[in-house]
Design a protein around this ligand. Structure first.
Ligand code: 5GP
Ligand code: MG
Length: 191
């Protein structure tokens, strides 16, 4: 388990919401849940980058099924803690999804605008099935009705960073998930 000495960035946290060991245990269980849901079927995973990179990398190693991996890049958040405007597709799919079992993975489900947008995009390719998996779910913040099929943790309505989640592209490399100190949530030099 990393501590302040290994990761001085920990000092920027006000609170840790999900520890490194809790993430590891839950990711293992999620992998088993997903493998059970798909039987031995091949899964075409679509990860939303950059946020889902660390989660996807760890989760896929817990799923023994044959897997194809693709990524999409979607932007809706700028260097701030509030959503702005509609999601925009910055990098699209490379794999053919027609007739495939697609598992869409994201780091966090918040208003659900992003996942709704990407699910609609994937449906246009006529997959055999589409399921969604998120590490974190802020259920209280929905603007669009949406439930993910696989959820790691329910968390309160706080802006979190770590384990793939960023603030102005920082903190993705932290092995746990937490809330930044208020004084660090809007540093002008990062805008
Ligand atoms: P939604 O479209 O559901 O509102 O938001 C999904 C996207 O917003 C996530 O993929 C993530 O990039 C970003 N997001 C939502 N909540 C948070 C948060 O608490 N922390 C960070 N770093 N990103 C968030
Ligand atoms: Mg994201």
């Amino acid at each position: 388990m990393s501590d302040l000495k290994d990761f001085p960035l920990h000092a920027d946290f006000e609170t840790v919401l999900v520890s490194e060991s809790a993430i590891r245990r839950r990711v293992k269980n999620l992998g088993a849940e997903i493998a059970a849901a798909y039987g031995g079927e091949e899964i075409t995973v679509v990860a939303i980058i950059n946020g889902a990179i660390l989660f996807t990398a760890d989760l896929l190693r817990e799923i023994p099924n044959p897997i194809r991996l693709d990524c999409v890049r979607v932007s809706s958040y700028r260097n701030e803690t509030r959503t702005r405007g509609k999601p925009r597709l910055l990098h699209s799919l490379a794999l053919d999804l027609g007739g495939r079992h697609v598992l869409l993975i994201d780091d966090i489900l918040d208003t659900a605008k992003t996942l709704t947008f990407v699910v609609d995009l994937i449906k246009k390719h006529r997959p055999a099935s589409i399921r969604t998996c998120v590490l974190l779910d802020k259920r209280g913040r929905r603007e669009v009705e949406f439930e993910a099929d696989f959820v790691g943790f329910q968390i309160p309505d706080k802006f979190v960073v770590g384990y793939g989640l960023d603030f102005a592209e920082r903190y993705r490399n932290l092995p746990c998930i937490g809330v930044l100190k208020p004084s660090l949530q809007n540093p002008p030099e990062w805008a």
